[in-house]
Design a binder for this molecule. Structure first.
Ligand code: CP
Length: 313
C-alpha cells in the first residue's frame, strides 16, 4: 500500500517529489490494470461514493473523475451545474453545502468560480475534498496529469524547457503547473503572452525563490524552436474584467502546422483543453500533438488520486 499523507488536494504546493512519484506510480498501475480489464483495482472503491459538485462548466475534469470512480467500482452523485441546480441558487453557503455533502459522500470533487474555495471547503470537510479548478486560482489535478504526460514522453522531467502560451493571468492550469515544475532541476520556463494577460507576480516570485529561471516573451515564433514542451492555453473570455482586454489578447497565438514545422522533432504540444483557435486542427495529426493523450491521462491520474485519498493514510 502506497503512503499518501494528504487528506485533501487543493493546491499544487502540497506535492513534493516523493508524493509526485507516488501518484505517477499508482497512475501507471491504474493504466496497466485498465489494459488488463481492471482485475486488480476494478472493485477497489466498492461502496464508496464520490460527489461531483461543479459550479463551473467542465467536460474533461468532471467526466474523467466520474469515469475514474466508476472504473474503481465506486459510485457517483453529481450535479452538472451546481450554481443553478444545487441550493447555491437559493443562497446556500459553500460552508453549509460542504457540511451537508459530508453526510452523503466519502469524497467531494469540486469546481468553483472563486479562487481559494476548495481550500475553504477542505477546512470544514470531514471527507477528502479535491480541487477540480477554483476560478483563476489553481487546477492541481490538471497539473499532475500534465506532468505525468511529460514524464511519459521524456522519461525525465528535469532539464526541460517549457513554454506556456496564452492566458497566463487567469489560467489556473499554468499556475499549478509552474508550481510543480519547481520540484525538478534544470527547468526553464518561457511565459509567452500578450501584455494584458502576463503571468501574475506571485508565481514569478515563487520561481525566483525556488531558483527556477523564467523569461517573458511576446514572440511565439522566437520561442518555438528552443523548447521541449509547448503548453498552449485558451484566452478565457469569461475571466476578463477590463473591457477591451479580451479583444486585445484573443487570436494572437495560433499554432499552425507551419509553426509546428519550426519546432524540434521531439518537442511535444500540450493543451489543457478546451481549445478555440489556438491550435489549428491540422496539427492534430502531427506526432508531436499530445493534447488528446494528455486528456486521457487525466483518467489514470484521477483514479490514482481517488484511490490514494480513500484507501491510504
Ligand atoms: N482541462 C479542463 O479543466 O477541462 P474541462 O474544463 O473540460 O474540465
Amino acid at each position: 500500500m502506497a503512503e499518501f499523507p494528504l487528506k485533501h488536494v487543493y493546491e499544487a504546493q502540497q506535492f513534493d517529489r516523493n508524493l509526485l512519484d507516488t501518484v505517477f506510480q499508482v497512475a501507471n498501475d491504474m493504466k496497466q490494470d485498465m489494459a488488463d480489464g481492471g482485475k486488480r483495482y476494478g472493485r477497489a472503491l466498492n461502496n464508496k461514493i464520490m460527489a461531483s459538485l461543479f459550479y463551473e462548466p467542465s467536460t474533461r475534469t468532471r467526466f474523467s473523475f466520474e469515469a475514474a470512480m466508476l472504473r474503481l467500482g465506486g459510485n457517483i452523485i453529481t450535479t452538472e451545474n451546481a450554481r443553478e441546480f444545487s441550493s447555491a441558487a437559493k443562497g446556500e453557503s459553500l460552508y453549509d453545502s460542504t457540511r451537508i455533502m459530508n453526510g452523503y459522500a466519502d469524497i467531494i470533487v469540486m469546481r468553483h468560480h472563486e479562487a481559494g474555495s476548495a481550500e475553504k471547503a477542505a477546512r470544514v470537510s470531514t471527507v477528502p475534498v479535491i480541487n477540480a479548478g477554483d476560478g483563476a486560482g489553481q487546477h492541481p489535478t490538471q497539473a499532475l496529469l500534465d506532468l505525468f504526460t511529460i514524464k511519459d514522453h521524456f522519461s525525465e522531467i528535469s532539464n526541460l524547457k517549457v513554454a506556456m502560451v496564452g492566458d497566463l493571468k487567469y489560467g489556473r492550469t499554468v499556475r499549478s503547473l509552474s508550481y510543480l515544475l519547481t520540484k525538478y532541476s534544470g527547468i526553464k520556463i518561457f511565459y509567452v503572452s500578450p501584455p494584458v494577460c502576463r503571468m501574475e507576480s506571485d508565481i514569478k516570485d515563487y520561481l525566483v525563490k525556488e531558483g527556477v529561471p523564467w523569461v517573458e516573451e511576446t514572440d511565439l515564433d522566437a520561442v518555438l524552436p528552443q523548447v521541449d514542451c509547448v503548453y498552449m492555453t485558451r484566452i478565457q473570455r469569461e475571466r476578463f474584467i477590463v473591457p477591451g482586454d479580451y479583444d486585445e489578447a484573443a487570436g494572437k497565438y495560433i499554432l499552425t502546422i507551419e509553426k509546428v514545422r519550426r519546432m524540434k522533432p521531439e518537442t511535444i504540444i500540450m493543451h489543457p483543453l478546451p481549445r478555440l483557435d489556438e491550435i489549428s486542427q491540422e496539427v492534430d495529426d502531427d506526432p508531436r500533438a499530445y493534447y488528446f493523450e494528455q486528456a486521457r491521462n487525466g483518467l489514470y491520474i484521477r483514479m490514482a488520486l481517488l484511490y490514494l485519498l480513500l484507501t491510504a493514510g
